[in-house]
Design a protein around this ligand. Structure first.
Ligand code: COA
Length: 197
């Protein structure tokens, strides 16, 4: 599916949400169209940025919610992940970056968000994402989950894969923002030095 078709689908979903909420003026205040883009972002990749940019063009306000607690062992601290995300998305006007703890469904209620957005890279993502979406719907019936197809050139990307390549000195150029590339180099250089001493 190309970007054009994905955008048409998202626009029609957006219209349905607004019709349901009987919103007339969607440009300001409590009528703003707010979407949450949640994730661990350890670290943020160009695949994530592409999803964030497209979310920015579909919604009035995009809140990137960086998960503070999860089951993964992260390379970057929460503060670092937020900082990298802020620097990597500063070109997108209507984006804010925050951390969140606990349930996404509860966090979205507190932010008056109508939806959460997730990127789908391949069929293998679908089943897992469908389960999360169903659980979130159960916990917050007012929150829709919107999926955007990840662009083909990023469909093989994951934060884990980026870390694996960077750890052994491979190039991740073009796959992550420049600031992330530099931070990965620094992180792994420091850990190598630590191991030697
Ligand atoms: N481009 C590149 N990579 C992408 C991508 C894209 N467009 N979309 C997804 N990915 C990658 C991520 O980088 C991540 O890679 P990794 O596993 O190597 O780190 C992977 O796909 C998806 O990981 P996953 O753990 O599914 O999602 P996440 O890390 O992005 O975030 C939360 C998961 C935080 C959204 C979810 O756990 C959550 O909502 N937690 C809060 C608790 C809660 O509410 N639970 C109830 C719902 S189950």
């Amino acid at each position: 599916m190309d970007d054009k078709i994905a955008n048409i689908i998202c626009k029609s979903i957006r219209l349905k949400i607004f019709e349901k909420n009987k919103v007339e003026d969607v440009s300001e205040g409590e009528n703003m169209r707010v979407v949450i883009y949640p994730g661990t972002f350890d670290p943020v990749t160009n695949g994530h940025i592409h999803i964030a940019e497209r979310a920015g063009s579909l919604f009035d306000r995009v809140i990137i919610a960086v998960a503070a607690d999860n089951y993964k062992k992260n390379l970057f601290s929460l503060a670092e992940r937020i900082d990298l995300m802020k620097k990597s998305t500063k070109h997108i006007e209507n984006i804010e970056v925050e951390s969140f703890t606990g349930l996404l469904a509860e966090y979205a209620k507190g932010k008056d968000a109508q939806a959460s957005i997730r990127g789908l890279r391949a069929v293998t993502d679908f089943e897992y994402e469908m389960q999360i979406a169903a659980m979130n719907k159960h916990l917050n019936k007012d929150m829709e989950t919107i999926f955007l197809m990840t662009e083909g050139k990023y469909s093989f990307l994951s934060s884990t894969m980026i870390k694996q390549v960077a750890m052994v000195g491979g190039s991740v150029k073009g796959l992550v923002p420049l600031i992330v590339e530099d931070s990965l180099k620094t992180k792994y250089k420091l850990s190598l030095e630590k191991d030697k001493s």
